[in-house]
Design a protein around this ligand. Structure first.
Ligand code: ANZ
Ligand code: ZN
Length: 871
């Protein structure tokens, strides 16, 4: 044995093992109908430049599962690809003039190298980059099918308009109402956009959550809230304007409070608001001014929830549908045009927002539902005022009714006058997919003066995005790219204009997992998708719990309805991994912005209990402030570069640390000491195996003749096999599996292997250990497997099976009590009968000290647990 082998050298082992995998095409997935399949999918990365620790954690989890199921005989698919369209590539282009395509492809090449360095068992033959025409042509193709079905349609939508750059901005480019580059006040503009009718599937998307037991409850709840099914009443307030009888509709979930409506509030974009403002341009300029002001405010529900409630009185009134009373109409900034009817009945007595609004503007507050303690006070809001659990009061004929009967009675009375009916309202909106951006999938439409919006014929797909353009911040460069824009109308042949909007990048990630199954197919998907779908395990960040997962579920259902796939749901099991955290260190200079320092540049100071109390910057010895733990991020400069770690310790150490540090769903706190510990562990394993191998080959194991200490060791090995398999396969708790492996290694190190059978036993133990390590530290596992005499690739070996005979114990330990007090313990054969157990207990030295030989009154035996001697 050369000394070289005795030192653990990941820098030589890892590339060599990776080459062996490549040569054997070890991770090529095959559709083998004779085997059970396992489709293990990790969310595809955005090619931002380099991997971060979140990626490493995500993909290591996937890799552990992939290797485990593979060794358990399943046919496994673990693919990888790139979510390659999107804004950061355009921003990079603006910053340094490189076209987004070049930037993206460079990043992909670099990050692919990083993934390969980490030794993930990926089938690279199925790689997908969503910016490639042979992928996105199918976005376009399916969009055309959706147009045919009426699932895709054109409608005006609101966008953020930067008046200086003359361009539309994405929501994330609007900061405090201003353009990110220009600082100009952003305006809302209405432009035609394509929408996908996801609301058509709202019912199924909500109901089917119950068919997903493999999803975290939290994610299902977030989806359900997002879809937001509200059962209520749509009702109308009659009015007349310009001599015409009209109705102002509102949606309410609290029709039981109708008798407490004291005003009506409408959204600034509501047609009635616009009409009234126009009519009273001279008399009431405040209306138009307020509507203008609202244009710069937030549009999302979250923004509306936090902004100060403001409004103006239009001076106009509508009729209460049941009492006929005149109610003032206000324009309110807390009313969303996009929800329900863009108008609410104001019930300040029982709705918190209306209450705040009424207090501010001195509107009438009327109690119409009882409160638990009987005391209603119209000057301060209390939670109980919003309760549905009480009964109607001050409500005439409805007094005394509980919530449900009150809603029924009021809905009936409204229906009799055609002023209302029960209605289910969804929060979910149709999905607007048009983006006024360059780096995305072109929407396959041509605009013709004569024929209107004409779909590009299938035969002309893909509509290829020109790759050489570099945006400069002044809008979509496609608009100025004549070779792209100028086309003949597919219908009449006249000169026409190609659509320059591109698709939301969520389209790209809505079906990439289907393309992996059907890599290279001349159709969108082929029969292979039937074999692989649904995804058995999906792994990714919780930040995608709502939109990405919902869109992917929707897209899959559309493809199912088009008979392209057979599954109803794409992802059977979902694991959302926790964030990777690290310390945050900062310094606030006298002037200017806070500076953040990477934890590697700081020397922390700790108190006696080990808590960090401060630190100094190594570079200048000056103090820095400890801000606690936070998600690793560029903005806080607290990331750890995976590359540096791999170079220093090897990929196996990084992988092992990530799996050992915490359960996958919880946050992971970065720890240099933890990485060191993982590295030391692998060195010990390496040393242990080579020390065992040094004297030469071990003889065959003769299980039948083992001594008790030998059996105990074998029991430990097989108990570990059982535990590690259960932890990975059933519990997906990898940290406890690693802990069990570490414990086993300690046991093996402590074992003196003196006899040939000891060595035979060690050989078996180390072979098993090596295979159990394969999911976590596959390179080390492979090198040791070969050293131990294993043939071929360890990943092709069968996962160790716990031998029931090894697990079985001959003897068990029973606790012995005297008069219910613990006095000692006895060892008896597992199969011992009552009489034998009694005799052993009474003969036990500890028991004899208390019984002094007196015959007991009674002996109670609880099988497998204890014996109680009563004297
Ligand atoms: C009167 C009322 C009284 C309400 C009360 C609530 C409590 P969910 O559950 O989310 O569906 N609403 C309706 N349309 C709105 C819009 N466009 N913008 C802002 N708010 C709107 O919420 C339904 C409730 O939200 C409705 O019921 C309405 O206020 C408000 F004690 O009507 B409610
Ligand atoms: Zn035409």
């Amino acid at each position: 044995m050369s000394t070289m082998d005795v030192r653990y050298q990941p820098e030589t082992i890892e590339p060599a093992v990776q080459r062996a995998w490549d040569q054997a095409h070890a991770f090529r997935a095959v559709e083998d109908p004779s085997r059970q399949k396992f489709y293990c999918l990790s969310m595809l990365p955005y090619p931002s430049g380099k991997l971060h620790m979140g990626h490493v954690r995500n993909y290591t989890i996937g890799d552990v599962l992939t290797r485990y199921h593979r060794m358990n005989g399943k046919s496994v698919l673990q693919p990888m690809g790139w979510d390659a369209f999107g804004l950061p590539a355009e921003n990079a282009a603006i910053a340094n003039g490189v076209p987004p395509a070049a930037w993206t492809y460079d990043n992909i090449a670099y990050m692919k190298g990083q993934l390969q360095q980490l030794g993930f068992a990926l089938d690279w033959e199925r790689e997908v980059a969503t910016c490639q025409p042979d992928y996105y042509r199918w976005n376009q193709w399916l969009f055309l099918r959706m147009l045919e079905l009426g699932i895709a349609y054109l409608k005006t939508g609101t966008v953020n308009w930067d008046p200086v750059d003359q361009t539309v901005l994405a929501n994330e480019q609007v900061i405090d109402g201003r353009g990110w580059r220009t600082g100009a006040l952003i305006e809302k503009r209405e432009i035609p956009m394509y929408y996908l009718n996801i609301t058509r599937y709202a019912d199924e998307l909500l109901g089917a959550l119950d068919s997903l037991p493999g999803w975290p409850e939290r994610v299902k709840l977030m989806q359900a809230n997002w879809i937001g099914k509200s059962v209520g009443v749509r009702l109308a307030f009659p009015y007349s304007l310009g001599g015409k009888a009209e109705k102002l509709w509102v949606f309410t979930t609290r029709a039981d409070t109708l008798m407490g409506a004291t005003f009506v509030a409408i959204a600034a974009e509501h047609p009635l608001a616009l009409e009234l403002a126009l009519q009273q341009k001279e008399a009431k300029p405040a209306l138009a001014a307020f509507i203008e002001e609202c244009k710069h405010g937030g549009v999302t529900e979250a923004e509306l929830a936090v902004q100060e409630k403001k409004g103006v009185d239009t001076g106009f009134t509508v009729e209460h549908p049941l009492t006929g009373a005149a109610l003032p109409v206000w324009i309110g900034n807390y009313v969303l045009m996009a929800y329900g009817d863009g108008a609410v009945m104001g019930v300040p007595g029982h709705d918190e927002r209306d209450f705040a609004f009424a207090l501010k503007y001195g509107l009438k507050i009327q109690q119409v539902v009882s409160v638990p303690d009987g005391a209603y006070d119209a000057t301060t809001w209390r939670e109980s005022y919003g309760s549905k659990a009480e009964r109607c009061v001050n409500s005439g004929a409805y007094d005394g009714l509980a919530y449900a009967p009150a809603v029924d009675a009021i809905a009936r009375d409204l229906a009799a006058q055609q002023l209302g009916e029960k209605k289910v309202q969804w929060r979910l909106r149709d999905w607007g997919i048009s983006r006024q951006r360059y780096w995305g999938c072109p929407i396959p439409i041509v605009h013709c003066k004569t024929c209107g919006a004409v779909p590009v014929p299938d035969a002309q797909l893909p509509v290829v995005l020109p790759e050489g353009l570099a945006p400069d911040g002044s809008g979509n460069p496609l608009n100025r790219c004549d070779p792209f824009v100028k086309v003949d109308c597919p219908k009449c042949g006249q000169p026409a204009r190609r659509e320059t909007d591109t698709m939301d990048t969520f389209v790209d990630s809505s079906w990439y997992f289907l393309r992996y199954c059907s890599a290279g197919a001349p159709t969108m998907v082929d029969a292979r998708a039937k074999y692989w779908m649904a995804v058995d395990q999906y792994i990714g960040g919780i930040e995608h719990a709502i939109l990405h997962l919902l869109y992917a579920r929707f897209w899959t259902k559309v493809m199912r309805d088009l008979k392209l796939v057979t599954v109803d749901e794409p992802f059977t099991n979902l694991l959302t991994q926790g964030m990777v955290l690290n310390h945050i260190w900062s310094r606030k200079p006298a002037e200017g912005r806070v500076q953040y320092f990477n934890p590697s540049e700081v020397e922390p100071k700790r108190d006696a209990a080990g808590q960090i109390v401060g630190g100094t910057l190594r570079a200048d010895g000056g103090p820095v402030t400890f801000e606690g733990l936070g998600t690793m991020s560029k903005s806080k400069n607290n990331g750890v570069d995976p590359n540096e770690l791999v170079e220093r310790y090897g990929a196996d150490t990084v992988r092992l640390f990530m799996m050992f540090a915490s359960p996958p769903e919880q946050t992971l706190e970065w720890s240099d000491a933890g990485v060191e510990g993982s590295s030391r562990f692998l060195k010990r394993v390496w040393k242990l195996v080579h020390a065992h191998l040094a004297p030469g080959a071990a003889p065959a194991l003769a299980v039948a003749t083992l001594s008790e200490p030998q059996r105990a060791l074998r029991r430990a090995v097989h108990a570990t096999i059982a535990k590690v398999g259960d932890d990975i396969g059933r519990r997906t708790h990898f940290n406890t599996a690693v802990a069990a492996l570490m414990e086993l290694v300690n046991t093996l190190i402590d074992f003196d292997d003196n006899t040939p059978q000891d060595r035979a036993l060690m050989q078996e133990a180390l072979e098993h250990l090596t295979l159990l390590l394969q999911p976590f530290t596959p390179h080390l596992s492979q090198a040791l497997w070969t050293a131990l005499g294993g043939r071929g690739l360890a990943i092709d070996a069968a996962w160790p099976k716990a031998d029931p005979a090894a697990l079985a114990r001959d003897e068990i330990e029973l606790v012995v009590q005297v008069n219910g007090k613990l006095r000692g313990s006895i060892r008896v054969p597992v199969a011992a009968d009552r009489a034998t157990i009694e005799a052993a207990a009474l003969a036990n030295a500890d028991v004899l000290r208390f019984t002094a030989g007196k015959p007991p009154k009674k002996v109670v035996v609880v099988p497998g647990r204890l014996v109680n001697v009563v004297i």
